[in-house]
Write a protein that binds this ligand. Structure first.
Ligand code: HEM
Length: 416
């Protein structure tokens, strides 16, 4: 079996996943943390496992739950009390109730109202570096865009959004290239600050509701049921975190894939110049399939003995569905290792499947479309500033994304 979880694997996990799909499609594996989990790599098995209600999201079902690090779903700060009861950690009927409540506040129509604001944000961020002829697209573009977008949606006032950006940066250990990372304990402090801020904000919105998502969450009710303040805080937190690093990586991985495929990129650039939205939409789906932000779906635990792909999984054992492997399965996708922005009927699992299917998919699609089109429009000759082998990938299990993406381009003329 090829080595999993080393540096080479982080840079390109796809050959190892191809091996697993072929030789050991449901495989018990020791993770870097020492925890053992089942990796599911074939598309058909993955889709079935994601919809299997016998696989619980609640870490209490993990047979080794008391040991360090067990049952984490990979969201910074998730261990923090009060923020635990979020959608990705719970099962029906609680999940059904909370998801119904949040869906009332987070509708596709509501998301599309944000289009002008996201458009303005993308342009403002590009204005920050367009005249320079070089930039780190992760730090200066992909990272700030989703945090500002989700802060706007939640109703975090503009003057507080830079604090959010800093806390989020600490929580992801994201920092400017060349600068030291967060101090020891910095992540915990950032989670605490964000939690306190959200609790305070929810309190304020309860007194004085506005036209924002947090007010919507407070207002949303179902058969007389409301979200408690704790539930609303956990919900705001999961929206921030499920919607943040994922979108950073959609923009980062997507741009990187385009830079490595000049013909596909010029096809898309032509479509953007002609205002052809259709190709932009299929391109975002294909980039999600080809090198999506969520490498593995979050942890699931067998509530009873069950079989996946003919392999027996015992009660209490953790299962990780490898979306990145499933989305390159030749049994499902023709030429799965080829980036084809025009791919039709692209039923990728990049947003998951079943009851935990990504709630924020409409927002992610909107941000992905607007970010890529703005980049191709404003920086038509954008290219990598370093050889691809020099790029470093973040090491996490669940998310797949670049640490930096240094690019060069012809500078835009300044204002004078
Ligand atoms: C390209 C960007 C994104 C990708 C690839 C993505 C992917 C996913 C995936 C794979 C899941 C399911 C995880 C599982 O079943 O274990 C998920 C769930 C979720 N996503 Fe996203 N996501 C993205 C953006 C967003 C955004 C922008 C938001 C919100 C602002 C969001 C909110 C959520 C929430 C709340 C869940 C949990 C839903 C539930 O458990 O019912 N996501 N996402």
């Amino acid at each position: 079996m090829p080595p999993l979880f080393d540096w080479e694997f982080a840079a390109d996990p796809y050959p190892a996943y191809a091996w697993l799909r072929e030789h050991a499609p449901v495989r018990r594996t020791e993770l870097p943390s020492g925890v053992e989990a089942w990796l599911v790599t074939r598309y058909a098995d993955a889709r079935q496992a994601l919809a299997d209600q016998r696989l619980s999201k609640n870490p209490v079902h993990h047979h080794e739950r008391s040991a360090h690090g067990k049952g984490k779903v990979g969201i910074p700060g998730e261990r923090s009390a009060n923020l635990m009861t979020h959608l990705l950690n719970i099962d029906p009927p609680d999940h059904t109730r909370l998801r119904r409540l949040v869906s009332k506040a987070f509708t596709p129509a509501r998301v599309s109202e944000f289009e002008p604001r996201v458009r303005e944000l993308t342009d403002r961020l590009i204005d920050g570096f367009a005249a320079r002829g070089e930039a780190d697209l992760i730090h200066e573009f992909a990272f700030p865009l989703p945090i500002y977008a989700i802060c706007d949606m939640l109703g975090v006032p503009a003057e507080d959004q830079d604090d959010f950006r800093d806390w989020a940066g600490m929580m992801l250990r994201h920092h400017k290239p060349g600068e030291p990372g967060p101090p020891r304990g910095g992540v915990g402090r950032a989670v605490k600050k964000m939690r306190n801020y959200l609790a305070e904000l929810i309190h304020r919105k309860r007194e004085m509701p506005g036209d924002d998502l947090i007010s919507g969450l407070i207002r949303a009710s179902d058969h007389g049921e409301h979200l408690s303040e704790n539930e609303a805080a956990a919900m705001a937190f999961i929206l921030l975190f499920a919607g943040f690093e994922t979108t950073v990586n959609l923009i980062g991985n997507g741009t990187f894939a385009l830079l490595g495929h000049p013909r596909q990129r010029s096809l898309l650039r032509g479509a953007v110049a002609d205002g052809d939205e259709r190709l932009l939409a299929t391109a975002v789906e294909e980039l999600l399939r080809y090198d999506g932000p969520v490498e593995m779906a979050t942890w699931r635990f067998a509530t009873e003995a069950l079989e996946i792909g003919g392999v027996r999984i015992a009660e209490g054992e953790p299962v990780l569905v490898v979306l990145a492997a499933a989305d390159r399965d030749p049994a499902k996708f023709a030429d799965p290792d080829v980036l084809d922005l025009e791919r039709r009927d692209n039923q990728h699992l990049g947003y998951g499947h079943g009851i935990h299917y990504c709630l924020g998919a409409p927002l992610a699609r909107l941000e992905g479309r607007l970010a890529l089109s703005a980049l191709l429009r404003r920086l038509p000759d954008v290219r990598l500033a370093v050889p691809p082998s020099e790029l470093r990938w973040r090491g996490g299990l669940i998310m797949r994304g670049l640490r930096t993406l240094p690019v060069e381009f012809t500078p835009e003329p300044g204002d004078g």
